[in-house]
Write a protein that binds this ligand. Structure first.
Ligand code: UT7
Length: 334
């Protein structure tokens, strides 16, 4: 059986770092509140107004190809998960392809914080059918461009960042083993951006009324996230007869440390098995999971069982059971 294996990982973060202390100077907040409620200490924010999501994607994909020793022209398909595309159309995936020299087709996938896992599952289908040999999945969001830096309930959480992975076929049992994906459009009221689409096209009124920013009802989203991310992670373990001791890593979307801890606890896995970088990057939406894989790559061993899970706007949520395909110590960043 052909499975889709992750064979390379790369990431990109803008240089500029905004700490909790920096935010204390512009809004009514404290480092103590942000740290205890979310686990975040700092986030990367792009300062250059001319840069956009595709710029991060270009850097990550170039680095990815270099690491794997392939030319971008070998890529068969590129999917970019994002809710902050450069523009409504064309797709950011197309812009990335053109600039890295990929000759393939591509498209954007919009599933907010679950975008990367939706895209990974979608891309893996093209590998499993035998149709394609190299599929790139990019998770990229420049959240700072849709955040109101006068709204202390959202601006402390989000950051900019991008990760990319390469999927290739394998017949050695590694790669994507199973997935569970869900969505519920009734979640729209609790987490969305009001304007800029066909419902509320951009106008002077939408700008005046701050309708181009993330609207989040934090507590409601928190409750849904804790329940669904924990439930779907436990469900995929049960479906695949995995006990806590069989799981080497939980790779969970980085929205709030308390949500990740609750998921780990429901799965019965200890903190030593939980990938965590929220303290450095905040919530980069579609970027969080590939950035975790990039940061932890050196610790990953062939055959490790990973449970990858996410919850986000939509609502969207899900989990993937994946067997890591290579010795990360030889490939990862120092
Ligand atoms: O990634 C996509 C999915 N998103 C999520 O998973 C996010 C889920 N939600 C959360 O992570 C949390 O709800 C937040 C981090 C957004 C908020 O934490 P919370 O513990 O739910 O706080 P809260 O909204 O219940 O607010 C508690 C208090 C309020 O004050 P009062 O009304 O009790 O006086 C807020 O006004 O904290 C206040 N507050 C702040 N205080 C200092 C809210 N934001 C801040 C802030 N600094 N930045």
């Amino acid at each position: 059986m052909i499975r889709a294996a992750i064979t390379a990982v790369a990431g990109y973060l803008p240089d500029n770092i905004v700490t909790n202390a920096d935010l204390e100077k512009i809004i009514d907040t404290t480092d103590e509140w942000i740290t205890t409620r979310t686990g975040i200490k700092q986030r990367h924010i792009e300062k250059d107004a001319k840069k956009a999501t595709s710029d991060m994607g270009v850097e990550a994909v170039k680095f990815l190809c270099k690491k794997r020793g392939i030319d971008p022209s070998e890529i068969d398909l590129l999917i970019c998960a994002t809710v902050t595309p450069d523009m409504v159309f064309p797709a950011t995936a197309n812009l990335i392809c053109a600039r890295v020299g990929a000759k393939c087709w591509g498209f954007d996938l919009s599933a907010a914080c679950s975008g990367f896992i939706y895209a990974l599952v979608t891309g893996s289908q093209f590998i499993e059918t035998g149709r394609y040999k190299k599929v790139v999945i990019v998770g990229a969001d420049m959240m700072s461009r849709i955040i109101d830096y006068e709204d202390r309930t959202t601006c402390v959480i989000f950051g900019d960042g991008c990760g990319a992975i390469l999927l290739e076929p394998t017949e050695d049992g590694m790669g994507v083993q199973d997935f569970l994906l869900h969505s519920d459009g009734n979640g729209v009221t609790h987490l969305h951006m009001k304007a800029g689409g066909s419902l509320n096209p951009s106008s002077i009124d939408t700008v005046t009324n701050k309708m181009h920013y993330v609207h989040q009802e934090g507590q409601t989203v928190f409750k849904h996230a804790v329940y669904n991310m924990a439930e779907v992670s436990a469900s995929i373990m049960e479906k695949n007869n995995l006990k806590a001791e069989d799981v080497q890593w939980l790779v969970a979307h980085q929205a709030n440390k308390r949500i990740i801890d609750a998921t780990a606890s429901r799965m019965g896995v200890g903190p030593e098995k939980v990938m965590m970088n929220i303290e450095r990057y905040g919530n980069t939406t579609a970027g969080t999971i590939p950035l975790l894989l990039w940061d932890y790559e050196r610790q990953l061993k062939k055959g490790d069982n990973l449970i990858i899970s996410a919850f986000g706007g939509g609502f969207t949520w899900g989990a993937i059971y994946l067997k890591w395909a290579y010795d990360g110590a030889k490939a990862g960043k120092p």
